[in-house]
Write a protein that binds this ligand. Structure first.
Ligand SMILES: [Fe+2]
Length: 262
């Protein structure tokens, strides 16, 4: 397959843009209608787009006819309450697929590691068109929380931790990375997640806001990381045993492969 990809992602697979002055905006995300949608962690989502403009969050390929994560239809009841968030999603001028605000309840580092998953944004994406990547615009102020990215799900050496103060703007090739968020809390985290099609429009946007593929990863005590690894291995083994007992051995590696989240 030969998709159009952004050179900005060649090296590390993600970029951090200039921070956005989130404090200057009203908290539109608190006015939105959220729907229960299981993702990695305890989550709800407020769709700004959906497959047909309905108040729902199912992946576009689960609709009829199934299609890839492009050409999202605005959900009127929510975009009326969030004109600034809509404008921010539209600013690159790239095709928008799913666009939603996630609400994530606090979790722990081991739980975030357990929830690591790769997205499936490019399912049904036609060859020769733009590869779909996702923007994460942190809305709430969570400077002690991290977006966790791993090239290798089980190798902490590949881990990148991007802190999430209000206004943090990250674009990630979420089909390449295992990812999840460690939200320390005590409040939930809110983030605008937008699927964009790679192409010259997105390239220009990343350049305009100085997309940095080497944004510094937040430090974490290696002993703390190793303890979490042990805990995750224990939980995965426990889950594997449960599935094996049900005659579903082998599913443990796919049952967290959610189509969505962050
Ligand atoms: Fe995800």
């Amino acid at each position: 397959m030969s998709y159009v990809r952004s050179k900005a992602f060649d090296e590390t697979g993600y970029v951090v843009l200039d921070s956005y002055d989130q404090a200057a905006d009203p908290k539109e995300w608190l006015d939105l209608e959220y729907v229960d949608w299981k993702s990695s962690g305890d989550t709800r989502f407020a769709p700004l787009t959906s497959a047909f403009g309905d108040m729902e969050c199912n992946a576009f390929w689960n609709h009829t006819p199934p299609r890839t994560d492009k050409d999202g239809v605005w959900v009127q009841a929510n975009v009326e309450k969030a004109p600034i968030l809509k404008a921010r999603a539209e600013e690159p001028g790239a095709n928008i697929g799913r666009c939603r605000v996630i609400e994530l309840q606090p979790d722990t580092y081991p739980t975030a590691l357990y929830n690591l998953h790769q997205d499936d944004n490019n399912r049904l994406n036609p060859d020769g068109t733009g590869w779909i990547v996702r923007g994460f615009f942190n809305l709430s102020d969570d400077p002690e929380s991290y977006l966790i990215l791993r090239e290798d799900r089980f190798d902490p050496e590949t881990e990148v931790r991007i802190s999430l103060p209000a206004g943090r703007q990250v674009i990630v090739d979420t089909q390449r990375f295992w990812h999840a968020v460690w939200q320390k809390g005590p409040e939930p985290r809110y983030c605008l997640i937008t699927s964009w099609e790679s192409g010259p429009e997105l390239d220009a946007y990343i350049e305009k806001y100085h997309g940095d593929p080497h944004f510094p990863s937040a430090p974490l005590d290696p002993r703390f990381v190793e303890e979490a690894q042990v805990e995750v291995r224990r939980r995965l083994a426990e889950r594997a045993a449960t599935l094996a007992a049900r005659g579903k051995a082998g599913q443990v590696l796919v049952d967290l492969d959610l189509d969505d989240d962050d």
